[in-house]
Write a protein that binds this ligand. Structure first.
Ligand SMILES: Cc1cc2nc3c(=O)[nH]c(=O)nc-3n(C[C@H](O)[C@H](O)[C@H](O)COP(=O)(O)OP(=O)(O)OC[C@H]3O[C@@H](n4cnc5c(N)ncnc54)[C@H](O)[C@@H]3O)c2cc1C
Length: 310
């Protein structure tokens, strides 16, 4: 299929790109083009102008500084997969990148484009919710930072203004005892998710969850934060303590009517499923998708725990 006609602009700097977005009518930013070009071909988008930011130098770095991992606008899925810091300290990002499309798409598709697209079927938004990421938008008035909870507004809708470029994603550096995982059920390798679940946990030294982040993919009209599931996990001791301390904790749990770790995980997984609002389609019925959300949440929590404790 051939896209509709548009004027193509390839600015050489961020300033030039912002100026073009300010002066052109009906312009769209393009990064890797892996979502925008299919949208053009399907006539789901028909912008008069495309501002291709893909050649702007200096936007493709991944750095860890100031307590955050900073992912520049032009960092591709492949670059993320090949980054040693990401592999070592942010395995949930690696889980996510690896299950997106195929290597050809991942060579061009950017993380910022994936998030800026605002598609609830895309995989990174759920992971960014779990990680409590910050979005850095640069526009004519300079830079502003948007918390991920204020970023997604609905189907293909984000809080980016038309003249703004998502120039960086900042992810808080993980605490000493933290771990995350992203699990995706897909019909075949490279497909969009039937359901996807991102979980990031932070534990104290006794194995108690001090912070939980859970995001859901393709289970509603926007990426979903499973707040009730996060609440169900926070404060619970999920990693078994060994020896005398562990025995005392278990006895205390029995007498206080407290839930054991398996029950807490089951309750959180059910709460995540209850937060979904899926639609029936070729990928499955509403009931099937809800149940998959429950199953994947429980699995992702266990994997996050094992990474946090390991
Ligand atoms: C065959 C195929 C399979 C796919 N499978 C998956 C999958 O399994 N999971 C998944 O998550 N995605 C999948 N995708 C979608 C695609 O990989 C992502 O949406 C992609 O990461 C988008 O990034 P991009 O750089 O290509 O963005 P583009 O296509 O260039 O842009 C996408 C949208 O975001 C806007 N945009 C892009 N960058 C910025 C920016 N820096 N600032 C402001 N706005 C911006 C554009 O204006 C456009 O509206 C698939 C795509 C294809 C072609």
């Amino acid at each position: 299929m051939i896209p509709p006609q548009f004027d193509y602009h390839a600015p050489g700097s961020l300033e030039e790109a912002l100026a073009l977005l300010g002066e052109l009518d009906d312009a769209k930013v393009m990064s890797g083009g892996q979502s925008l070009l299919p949208m053009l071909k399907l006539r789901l988008a028909t912008p008069a102008n495309i501002v291709d930011i893909g050649r702007i130098p200096g936007l493709d770095s991944i750095t860890e500084s100031g307590g955050s991992l900073r992912i520049g606008a032009l960092v591709t899925e492949t670059a993320l997969e090949e980054n040693a810091t990401v592999a070592e300290r942010y395995p949930i990002l690696l889980d996510t990148a690896k299950v997106i499309a195929d290597p050809l798409v991942r060579n061009r598709a950017t993380i910022c484009g994936n998030v800026a697209h605002g598609d609830p079927a895309n995989d990174h938004p759920a992971t960014m919710l779990a990680l409590r990421a910050q979005m850095v938008a640069t526009g004519p008035k300079g830079e502003r930072t948007i918390g991920v909870d204020d970023f997604f507004h609905g189907l293909f809708m984000t809080s980016l203004d038309p003249g703004e470029i998502l120039t960086e994603i900042r992810i808080p550096a993980p605490g000493e005892r933290s771990g995350g995982a992203y699990l995706k059920l897909e019909r075949k390798v490279g497909d969009y998710a039937v359901a996807g679940v991102a979980v990031q946990l932070e534990l104290d030294k006794n194995g108690k969850v001090t912070r939980a982040g859970i995001g859901l993919t393709n289970l509603g009209f926007a990426p979903i934060r499973a707040s009730a599931a996060e609440k169900a996990l926070t404060g619970a001791t999920l990693l078994e303590q060994r020896g005398f301390k562990g025995a005392i904790a278990r006895v205390r749990g029995i007498f206080s009517g407290g839930l054991d770790a398996d029950e807490v995980i089951a309750a959180a997984a059910q709460a995540a499923a209850d937060a979904t609002d899926p639609v029936a389609d070729r990928r499955g019925s509403v009931e099937y998708k809800r149940n998959m959300a429950r199953v994947l949440t429980a699995r992702a929590i266990r994997q996050a725990l094992s990474r946090a404790g390991g």
